[in-house]
Design a protein around this ligand. Sequence first.
Ligand code: PXP
Length: 251
Amino acid sequence: MASELRLGVNVDHVATIRNARGGGHPDPVRAARAAAAAGADSIVAHLREDRRHISDDDLERLLEAIEIPLTLEMAATDEMLDIALRHGPHAVCIVPERREERTTEGGLDVVSGHNHLKRFVDDLGGRGAIVSMFIEPDAAQLDASLSIGAPAVEIHVGAYCDAMIEGDHALAGKLLERIVEAAEYGAGIGLKVHAGHGITFDTVGPIAAIPQIEELNIGHFLIGEAIFGGLDSAIKRMRSLMDTARAEASA
Ligand code: PXP
């Protein structure tokens, strides 16, 4: 059972702010370097089909500049597969993508996308990437991820985080239970279990306490919080909340 809990810092929204004006500031590569210095274990970037935040040039510069692993989030399209195979990131997280969505709104349907997705796992895995499927906490999705040969999954915890933030503790409790069960089930069948989406200082504790989860990927909240106290301080506080929750859960 994993005791280590890694933190991946998603720098997409540094690019969102830059793109609001054009030009080069603020630079997601500078943010990635700062995140690494603050204790991030990896950097995450989502190259979307519409390039609304991270650009192809950002991806190239990130891969050149950072010394910690890079996780590329991408849709299961041929264009993205070509890019990922060309660049060879350390890890790839396959996410569903719809042009009109503001952010990744739900998990991937690996059950019905089985045949299509298997090629991505085979090709990217063959290139040495750790491929994960971004899925809802659901046993059928975990089974399907395993059956296409994915070594890892990332559980979408956004609904739980939203319920917590809205103060609906009854719903949050039920959604957390589903995440706990999915993490236990996923690790039990041999998958590496990650989690992400919507995590804040107020929601991270119960997720970090789940012992089977090996990695949290966090973006929007950290970049937003950096406006008030800096990226270094936001990441260090998140890291400390994660570590405390994990230590208390295993005590
Ligand atoms: N993990 C995945 C797979 C995502 O798509 C995202 C959003 O890009 C995140 C984690 C980070 O979510 P947030 O920005 O809400 O922290």
